[in-house]
Design a protein around this ligand. Structure first.
Ligand SMILES: [Cu+2]
Length: 125
C-alpha cells in the first residue's frame, strides 16, 4: 500500500514536469503613462521554464481594450533588443485597462497568452 502511494506521487510529479517543460515565462513591461499621438515602448521578456532568456523567437502582440474598439494596436515581429527581450511601439489613444495578446514562436515551439495592464495619459486636461 505504501509502495503504491509512493508510485502514485512519483507518477504525478512526472506528469507535472512533463506539462511545464514547454512553458515560457512571460513578463510584460509597459510604461505607466503615455503621451497621446506618440509611440510608447512595450517590451516582452521571454524566459524558458528554467529561467533562461529565449532568443531568436518571433514575437507579436495585439493590444485591446475591453468592450471597445480603437482600431487594433498590434505589434508584429517585435525586435529583440537584448537577450530574450522583444520590443515594439504602440500608439495609445485612450487611457485605461488593456489586454495584451502575446504570440510567441520559438523555432516552432508556440505559446499564446494574455497579460493585462493599465496605462494613463500624461497630458493634463
Ligand atoms: Cu477605450
Amino acid at each position: 500500500m505504501k509502495k503504491f502511494a509512493f508510485l502514485l506521487v512519483w507518477f504525478l510529479l512526472v506528469l507535472m514536469a512533463g506539462c511545464s517543460s514547454n512553458d515560457f515565462k512571460i513578463e510584460l513591461l509597459t510604461p505607466k503613462s503615455f503621451t497621446p499621438e506618440q509611440p510608447s515602448t512595450i517590451q516582452i521578456k521571454v524566459l524558458d521554464s528554467e529561467g533562461k532568456p529565449v532568443t531568436g523567437a518571433k514575437v507579436s502582440t495585439d493590444l485591446n481594450m475591453h468592450m471597445m474598439s480603437h482600431g487594433d494596436i498590434s505589434m508584429k515581429d517585435m525586435k529583440e533588443t537584448s537577450k530574450g527581450v522583444y520590443t515594439g511601439n504602440a500608439t495609445f489613444e485612450m487611457e485605461g485597462d488593456y489586454t495584451a495578446t502575446i504570440q510567441i514562436d520559438d523555432h516552432g515551439k508556440k505559446w499564446t497568452g494574455e497579460k493585462r495592464f493599465s496605462i494613463v495619459s500624461n497630458q493634463t486636461k
